[in-house]
Design a protein around this ligand. Structure first.
Ligand SMILES: [Zn+2]
Length: 425
């Protein structure tokens, strides 16, 4: 199928900022750092679990001076000045991003001592971006507690800790590596042209293939990310290439869709009342102990229902005003949720080939069924009414890009997985 979508440059040029930052007068927020874990049960439990994992797996601290400093004393970092000093030693994408992060942290109590400031800001931003849609669709719901836990793989969950009442959303920071790296390579595969003030996107697979042949780094970055994801559970060490401005704008919207959908799915479990106490067992997922860390006993129906709520919250929040620019954001964000399952499905197929358990465990339907569930749901009256059909279907665009990327990377991936199997036996 070949279809070239023409989009107004003005619409595509609206930059989707990955971070929305509130501003509060600096004077009232400077000084000592407040940790919510000191008087909030779920955060106290989370901090204990985080401490246990970091103390037992000190290799996780190798490239993280912030966590090393937190672990060095019982009280952890006490002043905002020290937070900034430690963050300055870290590799924070770029100076502007670093400045945004510092401004965000200045007025923000931190959930726990071991919450990475970076994932804290991203998570909070995703959840807050869903606030308008959440309060409209679920008026009695609240902004949930949230945090991260190092599991070594791409986990996210909504749960209630033993001895605590409020549900909490927990994810592994590796999720941001997963969404970022794949969103970049998918966006880079899409031919974006501009002519006479119009931006054009080509859905044509042969155009995409030509782009991959002209830019071999795209296949190389994608293959590396997939290889690391499949063999080690997370693509953290895979190489990343900076995108040009047009592709970066596409990536910003797509990755926002991926990240926000994942958080929206977990929020879905909470508003549907699925999050409840369960037995928690902590394991580091790694090459040898390759299971997700905690067993959460959701049913497959719960998962499909949470997917629908996640997609509805995502699309409703993006399309809030009904303006064409917002609807366009919503349409691209919807493609992000689709891409999430297509990638998971692909990774599961490769995992089976090399004899590893799939990411989709017993509680989760296969990724392909979850993607079909959302395809059907997008046609339902409550979703069709939002008006995404005013745009070409971006799911077809990202699916085509993924298919071409897979075709082009298959020879090198097959060889890499064969080598991996041979080395294991
Ligand atoms: Zn779930």
């Amino acid at each position: 199928m070949s279809l070239v979508a023409k989009l107004a440059i003005a619409a595509l040029a609206v930059t989707t900022s990955v971070v929305a930052l509130g501003y509060t007068a600096a004077a009232e927020c400077e000084g000592s750092v407040r940790y919510l874990s000191e008087n909030n049960d779920p955060y106290r439990v989370l901090e204990g679990k985080q401490r246990e994992i970091y103390e037992g797996n000190t290799e996780l601290l190798d490239r993280d001076p912030y966590l090393r400093e937190q672990l060095a004393s019982k009280e952890g970092i006490q002043t905002f000045e020290d937070v900034v000093r430690v963050l300055a030693q870290m590799d924070l994408v770029d100076d502007e991003f670093g400045r945004q992060l510092v401004q965000f942290l200045r007025c923000e109590p931190l959930p726990t001592r071991f919450e990475s400031p970076l994932s804290f800001m991203l998570l909070k931003n995703s959840l807050e971006s869903l606030t308008a849609a959440r309060t409209k669709l679920y008026p009695n719901s609240q902004l949930p507690l949230f945090g991260s836990m190092p599991t070594g793989t791409i986990d996210a969950q909504a749960t209630v800790f033993e001895g605590a009442e409020d549900p909490i959303i927990i994810l592994d920071r590796n999720i941001y590596q997963f969404t970022g790296k794949f969103s970049k390579t998918i966006s880079a595969t899409i031919p974006i042209g501009s002519d006479g003030g119009k931006v054009s996107l080509s859905y044509d697979k042969e155009d995409m293939r030509r782009r991959l042949h002209d830019n071999p780094w795209i296949v190389s970055d994608f293959s590396q990310a997939m290889l690391f994801l499949v063999t080690s559970g997370a693509p953290n060490n895979a190489h990343e290439t900076l995108l040009d401005a047009d592709h970066n704008r596409m990536h910003a919207r797509l990755v926002n869709g991926l990240d926000t959908f994942i958080v929206g799915h977990e929020l879905g479990h909470i508003v549907l009342g699925h999050a409840r106490s369960s037995t928690h067992e902590l394991h580091m997922a790694g090459d040898d102990r390759d299971r997700p860390i905690e067993v959460v006993d959701h049913s497959q129906e719960d998962e499909l229902a949470a997917d629908q709520v996640g997609l509805r919250l995502l699309v409703t929040s993006q399309a809030a005003t009904g303006d064409p620019g917002d609807l366009l954001d919503a349409a691209i964000a919807a493609a992000g949720s689709d891409l999430f399952f297509k990638l998971l499905d692909l990774a599961d197929q490769y995992r089976l080939k090399i004899g590893k358990p799939t990411f989709s465990d017993k509680a989760h339907p296969p990724a392909a069924s979850r993607s079909e569930n959302l395809d059907r749901y997008l046609q339902s009256p409550e979703m069709a009414g939002i008006g995404l059909n005013k745009f070409p279907d971006f799911r077809l665009l990202t699916r085509n890009a993924l298919e071409v990327l897979v075709e082009e990377s298959t020879p090198s991936l097959d060889k890499a997985f064969a080598d991996y199997r041979a080395a294991k036996h």
